[in-house]
Structures are given as structure tokens and as C-alpha cells.
Design a protein around this ligand. Structure first.
Ligand code: HEM
Length: 496
């Protein structure tokens, strides 16, 4: 048995011990807190909860007044401070932004993202942010976004759902949304339409690469660094799978980049407004750290943006439709609003729909946590000391479910909480409702994402009824994106 085998047996043993003994010791008022063991730290108690980390983080943070210091095994590099305290969040993401980059550890854990905006820090991040801002606000880019949505609805989503209704087949709505978002995001980011949403449901290499990567990255937080590095080097486990899929994706992407370079050299791509063409021609006198001639750099930039758009929006749409299936009264109100107020040129009028989407992302934020690392030691408003380069995980999932923040009905799905007495949308500060992040690194695609979700939601709600397959299990995958483990299986019928 090799080194990896031994380590995996060790981890399995810990799982067994966790099962046999109660490593959770109870606080006097009955709330579970992890016991800190010599050498092993809190890992034994944590292991059983790693697959259900999101709900576990709610229990632990509620019991520890919103901030909890996790100790991993000695020298494993897995110590972390978990927080869902709005005061800490405001301090980290806004007031002391400069002292809280993602940091070198995040760069290692998210190494697949390379120099893309999601993992960049400091001056490189500033150049990426400013240049992104320019393209995201360019009128041609916004038009391309709108037209790609409309085309994909007409030529992708509607024929697909019509066929599913006609054939009475069970479909996975999560997969459908991922494909819809992959096609529209690819058009925006690369100018290329992979046509993944069609009745034939072709295999999507990107999907396998990304989902394996997102799960592998999640487990890196709890594995000793030496273990995942070794697995990655040997090509075993999730790490090995991630490498294989990413290599396949990179090969495909290299082709897109080289053919775009050829088009540019023939003068054929001058009018393109997609992100790939933009970054290949980006002005390096303004953005000194960007490298338009470097294929790896261009891949990193575009890959991050594809991820930022596809996985988040498709996750939000999936949880939204699942919540609607559980809350017919909310569906009825949305339908009524669409019937009475829908104007395709002004989706802002759909206040209740917007509230229901916000409420979905409060309970099911597509990015369930955010990694930060202090550049210099600091003391958080909660009184916790943080060392330079230590890991802080802001638990966005737990933040949305804290009774001390949202009230006793925090776990209930109530779009009404987003609507003021005058019938307008109620604003919540971003360090309380953090689905789109807060401070200078707030999501650049928020407006685009909300628009897209409304367009898709209206189209489906107007034209179709759907029913979730009875007995279908709904639980989140332990991953850096909040996806449903076995998808969202539904049958669709066309409205008459
Ligand atoms: C429901 C949909 C979306 C949600 C919930 C969401 C949420 C977030 C969050 C939480 C972050 C912070 C990530 C971090 O710092 O690790 C972020 C960053 C970002 N998002 Fe979104 N996002 C969504 C859709 C989009 C879309 C459609 C785009 C672009 C087409 C986009 C572009 C970006 C970019 C560029 C950043 C990086 C900002 C920076 O680091 O300065 N997002 N988003």
C-alpha cells in the first residue's frame, strides 16, 4: 500500500472513530462545539460533517455568536476562522479592504484559476477589475448579452422544454440551466456558441472539468496540504480527475484562442465585443500587468469569467425553481405579477419576482463562502485575533440563515421580507445579504445575472408547469458552488 493509501486509511479510520464515539462535546445549552484534540485538532469531530458542511456551519456559528475558530491537525495548514458576523464582514470586505486580500493560500487552493480575476490580488486584480468594468458596461456588450439570451431562449430552452413536455420525459432542470448559462456565457466571453442546450444533450467537457474542480477545491480546505499535493502529483482521487478534465478543457480552449488570433491577424475580429477579443486587444499602457499576447494568461482571464457567470446563475435558478415547487403560494403571486405588470422592456416592474430571487439567494447563495487572508495581524470587531496569512472563511450560507440577523423566521422562504410597506424593494446592506459579495470586490455581473434570471423565469413560468419527481432527494453537494447533488428532476407540461 502506497503513502496515499495509508493516508486514506487514516482518514477512513477517523471517520469510523467519529461514528463510534461522540467527539462532539455539548455546551451547557446543548449546542455542538468541536472538541480540540492533541495533534488531531478538531478534525475528528469535523470529518463526519464535511459532507454537510453548510448546515453544520449554521449550527456552529449560531452556537458561537457568529464566529468560530477551527483548529486542524498540527502542521496540516488547515486552521481557519469561520465567521458570519456582519460587523466582521464589513470590517474585512470594506473598511479594511487593503489588509484582506485573498492571499497566497487561496492562490494555491484555487491554482486552477491561474491569474483570473476570481483569485487575483493587489495590482493585478486592480487592472483586471478596471478593464472588466469597461467591457461589462460597454453598450455593445450589453446588447450582445441581451441578444444571446433571447436567441438561446428561442432556439435552445423553449424547443428543449417543448420536446420534454411532448415526450413526457423527466429532465434535470439544473443541467438545463447549466447548459443555458454555458451557451450564453460562452457567447459573451468567447464569441463561440458551444450549443450545449439542445434536445440531443451533447456531452459538455467544461461541465465535468468544472464540477470535479469545484469539489476537489472544496476538499482542499480540510485535507492536509501535503495530502492533496501528493494526490495531485500522483494523479489520484478527485485531484487526478480534476487534472484530466482540466487538461481536456485546456486543449479545447487553446484551439478557440489560436483560431481567434488567426481571425484577428486577418482583420476579421475587429468588431467583436466578446471578452476574449477584448483582452487580446487590451490596452497595456492603461493596464500594465495584463498580457494580451500570452495564451495562458488569456485562458485564465476568460476561464474565471465563464465560471463567474455560468455556475452562479444556474445555481440560483435551480434553487429558485425548487423553492417555487415547495411554495405554490409564491408561484401564484409571481404568476399574478407577470400577468398584470410584465413589460419586456422594463423588468424592474417585477418587484415580487425580484424579492423571490433575493430570498432564494439569501437561503441558497450560489457561492456559499468567501476566502480572505489578512496581510498583517489584526483584531476583528468580534474580538478575534487574526494572524498574517491566516485563513478566514466568510460563511455566506450561514449568514443568510442566522436568526440573530434575520429573525426567528430566518429559515422560512418569505419573499415578502424584501418588500417595504410602500411596495418597493427593501434594501439590505451587502454585509448582511452577501450573495453578490460586498465592498470593492462586489460582483461585477450582478445586474446582468438578475436580468438573465428574470428573463428565464418569466419565460418558463408563462409557458410551462413543472412538477418535481416524487422522492427525489434534494441536498447540496459539498463544493465551492452550491449545486444540488443529484440535480433537480422534473416533468414539464405546456400551459394551454
Ligand atoms: C446569481 C448570479 C451571481 C452571483 C450570486 C454572483 C456572486 C459573486 C460573488 C459572491 C463574488 C465574489 C467572489 C469572490 O470574491 O471570491 C462575485 C464576483 C464576481 N462576479 Fe459574480 N455572481 C453572479 C453572476 C455573475 C455574472 C453573470 C458575472 C459576469 C458575467 C459575474 C462576474 C463576476 C466577477 C467578474 C467577479 C469578480 C469581482 C472581483 O473580484 O473584483 N458574476 N460574484
Amino acid at each position: 500500500m502506497g503513502m496515499i493509501g495509508l493516508l486514506e486509511v487514516f482518514v477512513a479510520l477517523l471517520f469510523f472513530l467519529e461514528f463510534k464515539c461522540s467527539f462532539l462535546h455539548k455546551k451547557s445549552h446543548g449546542q455542538p462545539i468541536l472538541k480540540n484534540w492533541p495533534f488531531l485538532g478538531m478534525l475528528p469531530g469535523m470529518l463526519a460533517h464535511i459532507p454537510r458542511i453548510f448546515d453544520f456551519s449554521v449550527e456552529v456559528l449560531e452556537a458561537t455568536n457568529l464566529t468560530f475558530s477551527f483548529k486542524g491537525p498540527w502542521l496540516s495548514g488547515t486552521d481557519m476562522l469561520f465567521t458570519a458576523d456582519p460587523k466582521n464582514i464589513h470590517h474585512i470586505l470594506s473598511l479594511n479592504f487593503r489588509n484582506y486580500p485573498k492571499g497566497p493560500e487561496a492562490k494555491k487552493i484555487f491554482d486552477a484559476l491561474g491569474d483570473g480575476i476570481l483569485s487575483a490580488d493587489m495590482e493585478l486584480w486592480e487592472d483586471l477589475r478596471k478593464s472588466n468594468h469597461v467591457i461589462f458596461h460597454h453598450p455593445d456588450f450589453l446588447n450582445l448579452s441581451l441578444s444571446s439570451n433571447i436567441i438561446k431562449l428561442k432556439e435552445g430552452l423553449v424547443p428543449f422544454l417543448d420536446n420534454a413536455a411532448h415526450e413526457k420525459i423527466v429532465i434535470d432542470l439544473q443541467d438545463v440551466f447549466k447548459r443555458f448559462m454555458f451557451d450564453t456565457s460562452s457567447i459573451l466571453m468567447t464569441g463561440d456558441d458551444p450549443m450545449s442546450l439542445s434536445i440531443e444533450m451533447p456531452e459538455v467537457v467544461f461541465d465535468e472539468a468544472v464540477e470535479t474542480g469545484e469539489e476537489a477545491i472544496y476538499y482542499r480546505y480540510f485535507k492536509p496540504v501535503i495530502l492533496w499535493r501528493l494526490q495531485s502529483w500522483l494523479g489520484t482521487g478527485l485531484e487526478g480527475k480534476m487534472q484530466t478534465y482540466l487538461a481536456a478543457f485546456n486543449r479545447r480552449f487553446a484551439k478557440i484562442i489560436s483560431s481567434r488570433r488567426e481571425e484577428i491577424s486577418r482583420g476579421e475580429s475587429k468588431q467583436s465585443v466578446d471578452v476574449l477579443t477584448y483582452y487580446m486587444n487590451v490596452d497595456t499602457t492603461k493596464y500594465k500587468l495584463l498580457k494580451p499576447g500570452n495564451d495562458t494568461f488569456i485562458r485564465d482571464v476568460v476561464f474565471s469569467l465563464l465560471l463567474a457567470g455560468r455556475d452562479t446563475t444556474s445555481s440560483a435558478l435551480t434553487w429558485f425553481f425548487w423553492l417555487l415547487s415547495k411554495h405554490p403560494e409564491v408561484m401564484t403571486k409571481i404568476q399574478h405579477e407577470i400577468n398584470t405588470k410584465y413589460d419586456p422592456t422594463d423588468l424592474e416592474k417585477l418587484v415580487y419576482l425580484h424579492a423571490a430571487l433575493s430570498e432564494t439567494m439569501r437561503l441558497y447563495p450560489p457561492l456559499p463562502f468567501n476566502h480572505k487572508s489578512p496581510a498583517k495581524p489584526d483584531v476583528l470587531p468580534s474580538g478575534h485575533k487574526v494572524e498574517a496569512n491566516s485563513k478566514i472563511l466568510i460563511c455566506i450560507y450561514a449568514l443568510g440563515r442566522m436568526r440573530s440577523i434575520w429573525g426567528e423566521d430566518a429559515l422560512d422562504f418569505k419573499p415578502e421580507r424584501w418588500i417595504s410597506d410602500s411596495g418597493d424593494l427593501r434594501h439590505e446592506p451587502s454585509y448582511k445579504f452577501m450573495a453578490f459579495n460586498a465592498g470593492p470586490r462586489a460582483c461585477l455581473g450582478k445586474h446582468l445575472a438578475l436580468l438573465q434570471m428574470k428573463i428565464v423565469a418569466v419565460e418558463i413560468i408563462q409557458k410551462y408547469d413543472f412538477e418535481v419527481t416524487k422522492g427525489h432527494e434534494i441536498e447540496p453537494v459539498p463544493s465551492v458552488i452550491l449545486r444540488i447533488k443529484h440535480g433537480l428532476n422534473v416533468t414539464v407540461t405546456k400551459k394551454t
